[in-house]
Design a protein around this ligand. Structure first.
Ligand code: ADP
Length: 429
């Protein structure tokens, strides 16, 4: 593995089916371009000759099918060439999915089963390359002209929006290697916590709502239905995490389960799903290029992700600091609080917290630095089943004057007065 490299321009020649693995340094961006041949980054082709600027800390690989020369300008944390990658096995999966999409498209739209394209779910432990494989499959499909739906159930990191959510969006073009998924108008449900175990029941409810909305969309859109979906999951695969995986497979009616980098999970899923003949469980090798991140790095990544929501990847957005009166906004927490008063329960029974109960939250300084979701709900009782418009971050609470200051992506009134409170925080640094 390469040591930090010196600044300056240098060229790397890649043989066919090899990749250049890069970790951009912590402080300075890296410029890179394709000089000769053809190459792609996680399924998206590089334009010839054009310099691309990769932000600090980004980790990626430039893969070539037929050979290429790459030029880099700037220093990296590490960069090295690998001649062993699982990309061929990944593209073989893509080819099978393509066949299914074509069959779905050719079939009569009146038959909901045969007109349904592949519903792929990618599972595996943390840092097995799930997000990367998901991205490759989506970009390869988009390159062929499909508009597959990307579903992200990883509330810990989040590729579609900030952490603490489950989300979906159609992918209409190969995913930009620098910008990632375009952040315009995804379908987002707010858990409010990065770990689903903070409210497992709510996580399940939101996954269900997400699937219902996609199902409705597929019912009225043959093109989207034929393109199918690719679902990314979280790396928590033991205990409740495993149950949530089964819940996701079931809820989305997944028919292709791709298991990355863990023999045990593969054999368990293969066994559990053997009664479902139309579900294929496929084992895939983890790429040696996947970079492991410890808890601290993950936490940092989450912060960068929230910062990116407000400021853009390259500080190209200008969020606005807004002030509202206490009476303008309504804060709710989902879950917690006793379900029934003790007096209504049989003697000796303890009141249990209802995980999907809507609880009004009093305005106090505990709200400071929390990232809240702005609900699309028209009435409070719709909050749990509603998707969200976006996020704000509370930056000041003035109790005497009854004023709240918050950061929002835009100026002006929020799309709704209903805000969902979780445990997600962000401190601008
Ligand atoms: P998971 O979703 O399983 O947690 P990711 O797909 O997010 O794993 O991969 C972890 C990190 O490794 C990401 O930063 C990703 O960009 C990087 N990565 C994945 N594959 C490669 C590769 N072949 N070369 C370099 N970096 C890679």
């Amino acid at each position: 593995v390469g040591a930090p490299t010196m600044a300056g321009t240098r060229q790397v020649k890649l043989d066919k089916e090899c990749e250049l693995r890069v970790e951009v340094g912590a402080d300075t961006p890296l410029r890179l371009r394709l000089v000769t041949g053809t190459a792609e980054i996680f399924g998206t082709e590089l334009p010839p000759e054009i310099w691309l600027t990769f932000p600090p800390r980004l980790k990626f690989a430039v893969f070539t099918w037929y050979g290429a020369t790459i030029e880099m300008d700037g220093s990296t944390e590490t960069d090295y060439t690998a001649d062993e990658t699982p990309t061929v096995s990944y593209v073989n999966v893509h080819a099978i999915l393509e066949g299914r999409r074509n069959r779905a498209k050719a079939s009569s739209t009146s038959d909901p089963d045969s007109s349904q394209g592949p519903r792929v779910i990618v599972v595996g432990p943390t840092d097995s390359g799930k997000s990367t494989l998901t991205r490759m499959l989506l970009s390869w499909a988009a390159k062929q002209g499909w508009k597959p739906t990307f579903v992200d159930l990883d509330s810990g990191q989040g590729s579609i929006t900030i952490p603490g959510c489950v989300a979906a969006t159609p992918i209409e073009l190969p995913i930009d290697p620098v910008e990632g998924i375009p952040l315009d108008m995804p379908l987002v449900y707010f858990l409010g916590h990065t770990i689903p175990s903070a409210n497992t029941e709510l996580y399940k409810v939101l996954v269900k709502e997400l699937s219902r909305t996609i199902e409705r969309h597929f019912a009225g859109n043959a093109e989207a239905r034929a393109a199918g979906m690719v679902i990314n999951t979280m790396g928590w695969i033991e205990g409740v995490g495993y149950e949530l995986l089964l819940h996701a497979i079931d809820t989305f009616n997944a028919n292709v389960v791709l298991v990355l980098g863990q023999e045990k999970l593969y054999s368990i899923l293969k066994d559990v799903l053997k009664n479902k003949p139309n579900v294929d469980v496929v084992k895939l090798q983890k790429s040696g290029g996947v970079v492991s991140r410890n808890a601290k790095v993950r936490q940092k990544d989450r912060n960068y992700r929230i910062r990116e929501y407000f400021y853009g990847l390259t500080n190209d957005l200008s969020p606005h600091s807004n002030i509202a009166s206490f009476s303008d906004l309504f804060f709710y927490r989902i879950g917690g609080g006793p379900q029934a008063p003790r007096s209504a329960l049989p003697i000796g029974a303890e009141p249990v917290a209802d995980p999907t109960r809507l609880v009004p939250v009093n305005i106090n300084r505990d709200l400071l630095h929390l990232v809240l979701a702005v609900s699309f709900a028209k009435e409070p009782d719709q909050i749990i089943s509603s998707n969200i418009a976006g996020f704000i971050c509370i930056t000041d609470i003035d109790i005497p004057r009854k004023k709240i200051t918050y950061l929002a992506p835009t100026v002006g009134e929020l799309p709704s007065r209903f805000l969902i409170v979780g445990s997600l925080t962000w401190l601008e640094t």
